[in-house]
Design a protein around this ligand. Sequence first.
Ligand SMILES: NC(=O)c1ccc[n+]([C@@H]2O[C@H](COP(=O)([O-])OP(=O)(O)OC[C@H]3O[C@@H](n4cnc5c(N)ncnc54)[C@H](OP(=O)(O)O)[C@@H]3O)[C@@H](O)[C@H]2O)c1
Length: 311
Amino acid sequence: MKVLILGATGFIGFPAAEAFVRAGHIVYGTTRSARSAEQKLSPKEIIPVVADPSSEEGMAEWGKIAARCDIVVDALSANGAKTAIDTFHNYLQYVNRPKGSPKPTYIYTSGLWINSRGYGGLDKWTDERQPTSTYNEGVQWRPLIEIPVLESEKVHGIVIRGAVVYGREGSAVATSIFDRALEASKTEKKIFETVYQNESRVASIHTDDMADLYVRVAERGPLLRGQVFMASNQATERLTDVLDAVVRVSGCNGYKAKTPRSAYEEAWASTTLIKPSLGDALTGWKPKKMSLVDGMDIYWSSYLANKNLNE
Ligand SMILES: NC(=O)c1ccc[n+]([C@@H]2O[C@H](COP(=O)([O-])OP(=O)(O)OC[C@H]3O[C@@H](n4cnc5c(N)ncnc54)[C@H](OP(=O)(O)O)[C@@H]3O)[C@@H](O)[C@H]2O)c1
């Protein structure tokens, strides 16, 4: 297959692009940076498309390549519904396959906070068969792009909703927890502030396991159109267990709760009770990595190493 990853240098997009390469596909990837094209994408056999994906010229450039691809993955950083909708519409404008040809597949990367129902019992539990929720205000824009993708007649539209993604540079785990712990570890008190509630439970997934789900779903695109997959481990972890593990590996003495100051921070402390099963049922997908808490020594070391490399 020919695959185009929009946002191929990203925390999710890069491992996904590498996984498609390893699976034997021809992989194109966008980046706005010529340096990233040369140093990050080309060495990994990802064919760089140097363009700003949301500029007029950039849209024309990647649009022409997308038109020749069988799979397009939107793994661009989240910037609200408009950018994602414009990206999808640009793609639809360029896809013009003759009648009777196989339809290409479009995968939109979403987040599973749109399913969160908060802490509780089975009434709060969710999975791929459950409807979205209005619990997290900050992600209520997601259906505005998910629905047109899932209902598309022109392409096989699929959504992958990521849990909190961990590993490597750490992404939101780094900005919300690791960066704060690292900073605090250099102070006298060694106490970091972070947003959490005592009962918060986190659904999470390693970026390599999520990458494996993209490949499995993309290869079965024609069978899976209109489906939503949750990229999450089978069990959630208590956020304070994650924080206790960070205290252990960072040399900090502890942490204290910071009041959420944005809809994003409210969502970060929210609970999503989930045990996904559609990825396994339809593609045989099973996450293999250690959980965030159990593998914390590895994930903290990798975060530090990536931080040093990028400085
Ligand atoms: N990270 C998580 O834990 C997580 C969890 C659930 C869902 N998600 C969702 O997954 C999607 C991808 O997330 P991510 O964390 O992988 O994203 P990311 O690493 O922040 O960004 C992906 C890529 O987007 C490009 N980009 C960034 N800002 C841009 C801009 N202003 N204009 C055009 N391109 C830009 C960058 O490529 P260049 O700089 O090379 O151009 C970047 O490498 C988002 O929708 C996010 O909400 C993420």
